[in-house]
Design a binder for this molecule. Structure first.
Ligand SMILES: Nc1nc2c(ncn2[C@@H]2O[C@H](COP(=O)(O)OP(=O)(O)OP(=O)(O)O)[C@@H](O)[C@H]2O)c(=O)[nH]1
Ligand SMILES: [Mg+2]
Length: 307
């Protein structure tokens, strides 16, 4: 990537951003050299994870919140991370259709992010994409992920804050989600509040989290109701966490997680170079035949390469 392409990225040029985004999706080894050059221009964006079960209205909410942030003169980046991209090439076409009006707005960059990840996996690729949007001057970055159990935890390691989207239809299910929600959510949204049962769901959540300082907001993306309140909650949460120091420790934590993950990737790549494929396969066979256990095999291999 040329110096002028990098300048274009830093100016927020949509085409330059899109072409680096494609390289990131492909796990192209050229990406790191570009990231090194744009990294000094990052660190300004507010990264908001939006997660929840399939079909809860995450994309619709992001669409509405984007409109609200644009009214507030903020630029917005949107990454819809498609976990099914691990198994297929399908981009989330529906998201593109729903968010159509933002496609013609220079202040918004939208991408259905379909990646198998670089060596560091999907999280590493999403981090790279976030840095790119940040360097391109996007002030608010939404990262949409479909939360399924453990996957939800990953978003907390990528975003400054996490909005979890629930619906009134989930009813008693929320009870069983208590521990998971408490761990990752900063704001709970009961979307589809135009449907029956929203008030009950909010009350249920308030009772469940009586000891937590969650913001709980009931919205209707489809009717565009309480979206301004949700954005206000996000901004308030951000302000509070800046004031009480949590924002700074979160920032440190995100940098720590990224550094450790890159280090792991690097060390593993070095190890893989030193451990010949055939010796790996020999150990695999021995383990399968129960001639050695995997723990001793690792000790033996590590010793052979001097660690
Ligand atoms: N009644 C009602 N329907 C909604 C609301 N928000 C979204 N929907 C509908 O719910 C369906 C799913 O909306 P999406 O925004 O695609 O939900 P999502 O969570 O992004 O879905 P996935 O990305 O597939 O997990 C669509 O048919 C929306 O029209 C709402 O506030 N009320
Ligand atoms: Mg979606």
């Amino acid at each position: 990537m040329t110096g002028s392409a990098i300048k274009q990225i830093l100016k927020g040029d949509g085409r330059a951003v899109a072409s680096l985004m494609s390289l990131i999706e492909d796990g192209d080894p050229k990406v790191k050299a570009v990231l090194k050059r744009i990294y000094p221009h990052t660190g300004k964006a507010h990264v908001i994870g939006v997660t929840g079960a399939a079909g809860t209205g995450k994309s619709s909410l992001i669409d509405r919140m984007t409109a609200e942030y644009r009214r507030r003169k903020k630029t917005v980046g949107i990454l819809a991370v498609d976990p099914s991209s691990l198994f297929s090439t399908g981009a989330v076409l529906g998201d593109r259709v729903r968010m159509r009006e933002h496609f013609v707005d220079d202040g918004v960059f939208i991408r259905s992010f379909a990646t198998r990840g670089s060596h560091g996996g999907v999280s590493a690729a999403v981090r790279e994409a976030i840095h790119l949007l940040d360097a391109a001057g996007k002030e608010v970055i939404f990262v949409e992920t479909i939360g399924v159990g453990q996957d939800q935890l990953e978003i907390a390691a990528l975003a400054h804050m996490v909005v979890v989207v629930l619906t009134p239809q989930m009813g008693d299910e929320v009870q069983g989600m208590k521990a998971g929600l408490a761990e990752i959510a900063d704001i709970l949204v009961v979307n589809k509040a135009d449907l029956a049962g929203a008030d009950e769901t909010v009350q249920q959540l308030e009772a469940l989290f009586v000891d937590e300082d969650f913001h709980i907001v009931a919205t209707s993306a489809i009717k565009n109701q309480k979206i301004d309140l949700l954005v206000e909650c996000i901004e308030q949460h951000r302000k509070e966490s800046v004031d009480n120091g949590k924002y700074q420790s979160k920032r440190l934590n995100l940098c720590r997680q990224e550094l450790l993950s890159l280090l792991r990737e690097k060390v593993f790549a070095e190890l893989a170079k030193k451990i010949a494929d055939d010796s790996l396969e020999t150990q695999v066979k021995l383990i399968a035949e129960r001639q050695i256990d995997p723990y001793s095999a690792v000790d033996k291999m590590a010793k052979r390469i001097g660690i």
